[in-house]
Design a protein around this ligand. Structure first.
Ligand SMILES: Cc1ncc(C[n+]2csc(CCOP(=O)(O)OP(=O)(O)O)c2C)c(N)n1
Ligand SMILES: [Mg+2]
Length: 388
């Protein structure tokens, strides 16, 4: 009996259907290369055939909100060191994604953020103190989700994709043209909820933009251990969802690609998937030590692709920004941080027991038990204070 060596069997010719323009899958595939409009030095690349350049006023506003967003991020990290915040997941390096995405939607659209999107929420105009209420450990959410059309920041990975698909479907069912923009990380695309959310949205043509910020890590797990897909954007075709990749550190490209994705969804064409290639410059949160799983040279290489510098260089070169304008925006960012610092130093007026309200309409036995435990601890603390 002859046996075929494994390597030979693997090399045997087999039929491979490639995507061609006549293949229906072709229209859904992302371009092989991420969309870019500005190179790493801030120089404008040739016009993109599919993505028109955003208006100059929008680019100036994008720059302004990115500068304020970065200052907010630095301030929030400092607040963890002062014990004013329980935890903070920084989005430094991801400013183009955080701000570019929210600028692409209307106030009446819905945003579904994760724990990483504090900067996106402040860029959406939500009071930073209200945004940080969750991370301060004071309440489940500090802003009114219904009034702001913004879901609470989601910590259980990928569950927000299902919420977004359901909300978007409901809005369309009621005849409104609302779009749901859902943020998700590279790691969370491995979760079952991501599959369910994208599949539901595709089958029922729900107007959802799935925005994957591929920042290369899920805490310590690098992308190479997360997926064997050529890019996360390729996950779209399996569900019948068109997708695009974008350079996530190119603010102009992020705004352009997201604007197109949102228009696609709003026009009734169903969902769209965007993968932004970016990088998490800071550790996962202030509680993480990233030096244990990635080397400094990798981080340094991404410093050269800084999104804020890239847009500033472009706008200066285009005559849309000068020293005075840059200084005015920097001063505005400082004032924003000072106001945040001041208000975060005020002791919050919260009743810890209220955390147990509204979790479920009917509290579970476990919740009742935990509530009782906290009540007893608070009473004991009060007694100790009284004795002192
Ligand atoms: C369902 C679930 N599993 C695990 C965790 C623990 N966890 C919190 S953040 C995180 C990494 C997520 O990485 P990614 O989706 O890439 O987002 P990033 O933090 O990089 O923005 C994990 C595993 C969780 N919060 N929820
Ligand atoms: Mg990640």
């Amino acid at each position: 009996m002859t046996t075929t060596p494994r390597a030979v069997r693997r090399a045997a010719p087999r039929s491979r259907r490639s995507a061609t323009p006549t293949d229906p899958a072709h229209a859904l595939l992302p371009a092989a290369e991420p969309v870019r409009m500005l190179d790493e030095t801030g120089t404008r690349l040739p016009a993109h055939p599919d993505h028109p350049e955003p208006p100059t006023a929008a680019l100036r506003e994008l720059y302004r909100r990115m500068v304020i967003g970065r200052r907010f991020d630095v301030q929030a990290t400092a607040l963890t060191k002062q014990g004013r915040l329980a935890v903070y997941p920084s989005s430094r390096g991801q400013e183009a994604c955080q701000v570019g995405a929210v600028l692409a939607v209307r106030d009446t659209d819905w945003v579904f953020p994760t724990y990483r999107e504090s900067m996106a929420l402040t860029a959406r105009g939500i009071d930073p103190v209200e945004v940080l209420t969750l991370l301060r450990g004071d309440w489940h959410c500090g802003y009114d989700p219904a009034a702001r059309h913004t879901a609470p920041q989601c910590t259980p990975l990928a569950t927000q994709t299902v919420h977004a698909a359901g909300l978007a479907y409901g809005e369309a069912y009621q005849g409104r043209d609302t779009v749901a923009l859902v943020f998700i990380g590279d790691g969370a695309t491995s979760e079952g909820d991501f599959h369910e959310g994208v599949n539901f949205a595709a089958v029922f043509k729900a107007p959802v933009v799935f925005f994957v910020q591929n920042n290369k890590y899920a805490i310590s797990v690098p992308l190479s251990r997360q997926t064997a897909a050529p890019s996360l954007a390729y996950k779209g075709v399996g569900y019948g969802v068109p997708a695009e990749q974008v350079d996530g550190n190119d603010p102009m490209a992020v705004l352009a690609v997201l604007t197109r994705a949102v228009a696609h969804a709003r026009a009734g064409n169903g969902p769209y998937l965007v993968e932004a290639h970016t990088y998490r410059m800071e550790p996962h949160t202030n509680a993480d030590d990233a030096s244990r799983y990635r080397d400094g040279a990798e981080v340094e290489a991404w410093r050269d692709r800084d999104p804020v510098t890239r847009l500033e260089t472009y706008l200066r070169g285009a005559g849309e920004l000068d020293d005075a304008a840059v200084a005015a925006i920097a001063a505005e960012a400082e004032a924003y941080a000072a106001d945040l610092r001041e208000r975060m130093n005020l002791a919050p007026a919260v009743d810890p027991l209220s955390l147990f309200d509204h979790v479920y309409a009917e509290p579970t036995p476990q919740l009742r038990e935990q509530r009782e435990q906290v009540r007893a601890e608070l009473a004991a603390a009060r007694d100790t204070e009284g004795d002192a």
